[in-house]
Design a protein around this ligand. Structure first.
Ligand SMILES: Cc1cc2nc3c(=O)[nH]c(=O)nc-3n(C[C@H](O)[C@H](O)[C@H](O)COP(=O)(O)O)c2cc1C
Length: 327
């Protein structure tokens, strides 16, 4: 029987399937369900910086929000469900309730406010911390260098604040991801989660409103993370985690062949329940048995671009082949 165990940032995982930060794991019940379904680890739903700001500076939101009423509404809802103290309690209780690693997550955009909570998260017993760096670059005067510096500043501040392993979850919109990934490592990141799936944008033409859409990913969204994990594996010192569009055991196989250390899954669980994690483990193990692999290490990164002499030319040739119909 294939051995699915792996390490992730020094933590021991029974298998590489982690539950991605989401409402699936916003309370103890979700954490228990995840552990019962055999999850390798859980990344708790993010603690939002806005909650921290509200606790420390009750009026700060009004200053920087163009929509103060909506801001207050969203915050009070979030705070009721998920204030910082409740978050810290959840970490402590989850650690007692299950025997899989508990990774906390913070959604932040300035180093100043959440460093304090990163320390508290560590003190509460989290095994690791994932920084959910989701910022839409919508200020016309901000340069890409400035944005990257902001991200790196957050990682550095977190590294100085805590000793536990740090993962950084980012979106796909970067020009020179390999360079940034190396800088993230230099700033103290142990792993990169590729990629966050941002809130999907749509417009309700009757109500004349911006609305959310496509809450859950589909399997064909995985190719983006697959490509970048294949490109980064062997080029950077961070471990790589596949995220977005992973809906089957064979998708996990592909991620590991590209070079992923582990994967994070949300939509497949929302759509099919926690049991889908068991099915994915069975499928992964069956594929390994069929192909004679006893451990993940034996095939991790086997199809990464580091196996190719000139990755840029390789990508270009694939592109030309695809456009000209050559198979
Ligand atoms: C309802 C919902 C809530 C989410 N909440 C968070 C969150 O608090 N923090 C975070 O980093 N990602 C959050 N995500 C994003 C997921 O962790 C994940 O990155 C994304 O859904 C892509 O993975 P998937 O294709 O397996 O769903 C959320 C996703 C959903 C659908």
């Amino acid at each position: 029987m294939a051995d699915l165990s792996t390490t992730y940032m020094g933590l021991k995982l029974k298998n590489p399937l982690m539950v991605s930060s989401s409402t699936l794991v916003q309370n103890l019940e979700g954490v228990r369900d995840a552990a019962n379904a055999g999850a390798g680890a859980v990344v708790l739903r993010s603690l939002f910086e806005e909650i921290i700001r509200k606790e420390t500076q009750p009026d700060s939101g009004k200053l920087w929000s163009a929509h103060p009423e909506e801001y207050d509404y969203v915050l009070s809802e979030l705070e009721m469900q998920y204030g910082a103290n409740a978050y810290l309690d959840l970490i402590t209780q989850a650690k007692q309730a299950v025997d899989i690693p508990i990774i906390a997550s913070i959604n932040c955009h300035t180093p100043k406010w959440w460093v304090h909570y990163a320390k508290q998260i560590e003190a509460a017993g989290a095994d690791a911390l994932e920084l959910n760096l989701s910022l839409m670059p919508l200020y016309p005067k901000k340069t890409s260098t400035e944005i990257e510096e902001e991200f790196l500043g957050i990682v550095k501040a977190a590294r100085e604040a805590v000793k536990i392993p740090l993962a950084v979850k980012i979106g796909p919109y970067f020009t020179t991801l390999i360079r940034l990934a190396n800088q993230m490592y230099g700033a103290g990141a142990n792993a990169l989660v590729l990629f966050n799936r941002f809130y999907q944008f749509d417009i309700d033409v009757e109500k004349m409103e911006i609305v959310g859409a496509n809450w859950y990913s589909s399997p064909n969204e995985m190719s983006l993370s697959l490509r970048w994990i294949a490109a980064l594996y062997g080029q950077i010192n961070c471990e790589l985690v596949g995220n977005t569009g992973i809906h089957s055991g064979l998708a996990v196989v592909k991620q590991i062949l590209a070079g992923a250390q582990a994967v994070e899954i949300a939509s497949a669980i929302y759509l099919n329940g926690f049991e889908t994690l068991r099915e994915m483990q069975t499928e992964l193990a069956a594929w390994m048995d069929q192909h004679g692999y006893q451990s993940l290490e034996e095939f991790r990164g086997k199809l990464s671009l580091s196996q190719v002499k000139d990755p840029e030319m390789f990508e270009r040739l694939q592109y030309i082949k695809a456009l000209s119909g050559i198979s």
